[in-house]
Write a protein that binds this ligand. Structure first.
Ligand SMILES: Cc1cc2nc3c(=O)[nH]c(=O)nc-3n(C[C@H](O)[C@H](O)[C@H](O)COP(=O)(O)OP(=O)(O)OC[C@H]3O[C@@H](n4cnc5c(N)ncnc54)[C@H](O)[C@@H]3O)c2cc1C
Length: 385
């Protein structure tokens, strides 16, 4: 008998949830992570992530989100830690914008509670937002924030408590499959198991090279500004998470103040057409005034009081597919390997359910969740073939 049934390679957002799911099921699992945890070199740092259900990216995500919320709540109950702050979310823009119209389509198709606010109502309820008369907002009370590093650490702690063996500062150098199992070689040794799950985040282009996935790693920067005026006005309950699509297609987004009176208010660009393409090794982690000024200019248009002193900033990595939908499932060439990648800057809210999906695939060979949107074949199938 092999010492492990499943090896999970990469213990960031997705891998940490996966080892908890497996350990809960009584599976003998080994988790391998190249750095300590949590760390700030991948995609799961920067304190907070937006979570929402009226999903403008595609209505097919909504059933996954419903399950993701349940599993986040399970992790909160099991750990007695608070991971979610459901402070409400406001999707802002012209009625025909992707952010507003797409959210409304998902909300309507899945009967999600929401309100459509006109410009006057937005100003009345959320006076910090300076919107044009032509703008509307889709408000979703169940949207909010998930704590990023805290969530990763919580999943890892829950997994360890259930018997998972987790190795940190142990980069995997190579993985292989044979008829009877999988092996992963690190600087410290070679491990074998029945199944391998690859959740390498921005290192996917390297670890999944054999799949030729069209993945693009992008540099992103997160900022915390001290607002002009009283930061209490940005507290959850008074100020929601938001994404605003401007007429030129930029999508600045942000959070309520969750880091104390001197911690500032976090904001960034969600979609930025000129993001720098890089790798996890070559990314420029420096901070540049031009990036900061571009965000300040976008925020000044609708949140002018946020244009205060810079408190903190950090770079982070998106791993994008061409259509910005995830890519995950059984490895097409290796039946004992399951992988998840290409979360395209919107994956964190799904970590909990992705962990369930990857654990299902590795232990049962199937999952009840619909993965058709995430097939790698969409990148190779030609129209009409
Ligand atoms: C700036 C920014 C803002 C975002 N905002 C949101 C948001 O508001 N809402 C949302 O839902 N999503 C958001 N996302 C996206 C979300 O954070 C990511 O989709 C998610 O964190 C990806 O998790 P992951 O597990 O794939 O990658 P990671 O968390 O990076 O994990 C991959 C892990 O694999 C490890 N690894 C890689 N190679 C090896 C190896 N050879 N050996 C051992 N270990 C290895 C890495 O060290 C890393 O820890 C944002 C992302 C960024 C960068």
């Amino acid at each position: 008998m092999k010492p492990y049934q499943v090896i999970v390679l990469g213990l960031g957002g997705m891998g940490s949830a996966t080892v908890w799911q497996l350990a809960q099921r009584g599976v003998r699992v080994l988790g391998l992570e190249q750095f300590t945890s949590p760390h700030a070199r991948g995609s799961s740092h920067g304190r907070t992530r937006v979570i929402r259900q009226a999903y403008f990216e595609h209505p097919s995500y909504v059933p996954l989100l419903r399950r993701a919320y349940e599993l986040w709540e399970e992790a909160e109950t099991a750990s007695q830690r608070r991971l979610l702050t459901l402070c409400g979310g406001l999707m802002l823009g012209r009625p025909e914008s992707e952010v507003v119209h797409g959210s409304w389509l998902s909300a309507r198709e899945h009967s999600l509670p929401h309100e459509i606010l006109d410009a006057r109502e937005i100003r009345r309820r959320f006076p910090l937002f300076h919107v044009d008369d032509a703008e509307v907002g889709l408000f979703e009370a169940k949207a909010g924030v998930v704590q990023a590093e805290e969530a990763v650490q919580t999943h890892l702690d829950l997994a360890t408590a259930r018997g998972a063996e987790l190795h940190f500062e142990e980069p995997a150098l190579h993985w292989d499959t044979s008829g009877s199992g999988v092996t992963v070689t690190t600087a410290r040794g070679t491990y074998s198991a029945d199944q391998l799950i690859l959740s390498p985040g921005p290192w996917a282009p390297h670890l999944l090279a054999g799949l030729n996935l069209p993945l693009r790693v992008e540099r992103q920067v997160l900022y915390w500004f001290q607002p002009r005026g009283d930061i209490a006005a940005y507290q959850p309950g008074r100020f929601p998470i938001y994404i605003r699509e401007s007429a030129d297609g930029l999508q600045p987004y942000g959070f309520p103040a969750l880091d104390g009176p001197d911690g500032g208010v976090k904001a960034a660009f969600f979609r930025l057409p000129n993001a720098q393409i890089c790798t996890a090794e070559t990314v420029d982690r420096g901070l540049h005034p031009a990036d900061e000024n571009a965000l300040r200019e976008a925020l000044r248009q609708f949140l002018p009081d946020l244009d205060g002193p810079l408190i903190h900033a950090t770079t982070c990595l998106y791993t994008c597919t061409p259509d910005l939908h995830f890519v995950m499932g059984p490895h097409p060439h290796h039946p004992r390997v399951t992988y998840a990648a290409g979360f395209s800057g919107h994956g964190f809210k799904f970590c909990s359910v992705v962990g369930e999906i990857l654990a299902d695939l590795a232990t049962q060979g199937s999952t009840r969740h619909d993965l058709s949107l995430f097939s790698p074949h969409r990148f190779t199938t030609q129209p009409g073939t």
